[in-house]
Design a binder for this molecule. Structure first.
Ligand SMILES: Nc1ncnc2c1ncn2[C@@H]1O[C@H](COP(=O)(O)OP(=O)(O)O)[C@@H](O)[C@H]1O
Ligand SMILES: NC(=O)OP(=O)(O)O
Length: 311
């Protein structure tokens, strides 16, 4: 049966450098085109943590160097990350479609996502961006650049920025029109460029929206049947990494909420995925969310693997 599917791509779908990304998106395009080939309408969202951090640091370093390039505001760095990732992704998907003789246009929509300027997240930066650093390097970055650095799920230190919740998608009508006319759309890249609404103006703010929450928002707006969050693990686990680790096949939103309360999911990594999945599955009868790996997406949608979250 044909479904409308929002696919959220994690860090492993894109890598950390332009060279790595250009290579990795070729693989990323395959499971996406598998879903399209089976007749589904597919909308693609993706993260931008490493990329927006890289762009911001590079622009800041260049502006303070002898080159004296203009200072680049943070929201513009977010927009650059959407364009750069979208460019690679749309070309890879276009090529994979053509290789399978599927004639479908692919486009990236530069997407702004409206946030609340009084969101408490602005007072408590939590979203990791950029590269990983040692504790010593992190201290130096705080001293030299004033960055707030935090330990990221046992993987090293990263800069953190505020991560407000998405309220609405400014370009939603454009995205709907494109999807309804059979186009493959890449949208809410990096969670969308965070903006606040002031009268008729949309004003960019220094933040990074979590792509799992933004993907959930656009999936609701588009009345999608499925939210598929693709990451580095095939399934979600309770007691992750412990002796009594248990991989989950199918859970209800009630069970998932209980596991969230018990602290089974790492903040900034698995927690937003499970929270977004629960929100989507609860938003309308029949909606389902699936968390699985990029490689297993095709099997996952057939119900053969992954963690399915239903209400
Ligand atoms: N309970 C859990 N079950 C499975 N994976 C978990 C869990 N808690 C933390 N993780 C880790 O979270 C990672 C996914 O988060 P992350 O790498 O930040 O996501 P993204 O794919 O969006 O970049 C997994 O690869 C895994 O290492
Ligand atoms: N914007 C965002 O959520 O990026 P990551 O998935 O790379 O953290």
């Amino acid at each position: 049966m044909k479904s409308k599917i929002v696919v959220a791509l994690g860090g492993n779908a894109l890598g950390n450098t332009p060279k790595e990304q250009l290579q990795l998106v070729k693989n990323t395009a395959k499971p996406i085109v598998d879903l399209i080939e089976e007749g589904n309408d597919v909308i693609i969202a993706h993260g931008n943590g490493p990329q927006v951090g890289m762009i911001n640091l590079a622009m800041e370093t260049a502006s303070k160097s002898e080159a004296k390039t203009p200072e680049m505001p943070f929201p513009e760095c977010g927009a650059m990350s959407q364009g750069y990732i979208g460019y690679h992704l749309q070309n890879a998907i276009r090529e994979e479609l053509l290789n399978r003789n599927i004639n479908k246009p692919v486009a990236t929509v530069i997407t702004q996502v409206i946030v609340d300027k009084s969101d408490r997240a602005f007072e408590n930066p939590t979203k990791p961006i950029g590269s990983f650093y040692t504790e010593g390097e992190a201290k130096t970055l705080t001293e030299q650049k004033g960055y707030i650095m935090k330990e990221d799920a046992g993987r090293g230190y990263r800069r953190v920025v505020p991560s407000p919740k998405p309220i609405d998608v400014a370009e939603k009508e454009v995205v709907k029109t494109l999807v309804d006319s059979g186009h493959v759309v890449i949208t809410v890249g990096g969670g969308g460029i965070p903006v606040i609404k002031e009268g008729n103006s949309l004003i960019g703010v220094d933040a990074v929206i979590d792509k799992d929450f933004a993907s959930e928002k656009i999936a609701e707006i588009l009345d999608a049947d499925y939210l598929i969050i693709l990451t580095a693990v095939e399934k979600v686990a309770i007691n992750f990494g412990k002796e009594n680790e248990k991989w989950l096949d199918k859970i209800t939103t009630k069970e998932a909420s209980e596991y969230i309360k018990q602290g089974h999911f790492a903040p900034g990594s698995m927690l937003p995925k499970v929270e977004a999945a629960v929100e989507f599955a609860r938003s309308k009868k029949g909606r389902k969310a699936l968390i699985t790996s990029l490689e297993k997406a095709k099997e996952g949608i057939k119900g053969l693997t992954g963690t399915l979250i239903i209400d």
